[in-house]
Design a protein around this ligand. Sequence first.
Ligand SMILES: [Zn+2]
Length: 67
Amino acid sequence: MPERTYEVKTVGVDYECDACHAGTMQQTGIMLPSDPPWWRHKCSNCGLVEDLRQKYPTVRWERVLTA
Ligand SMILES: [Zn+2]
């Protein structure tokens, strides 16, 4: 299978609070061991505690679509 390269851009990803929609979920450093693990987060605005499958904020790479 020959390799092909493509251009990517880096994006930061916040997780908006499900309760107040004003704050963002911030990782607390607490991991709940399961497979896959849960990561405990706390809202920066209302303090809602929620366990998520990924740590936020995070960084992703997205493919740059060229016409
Ligand atoms: Zn909130």
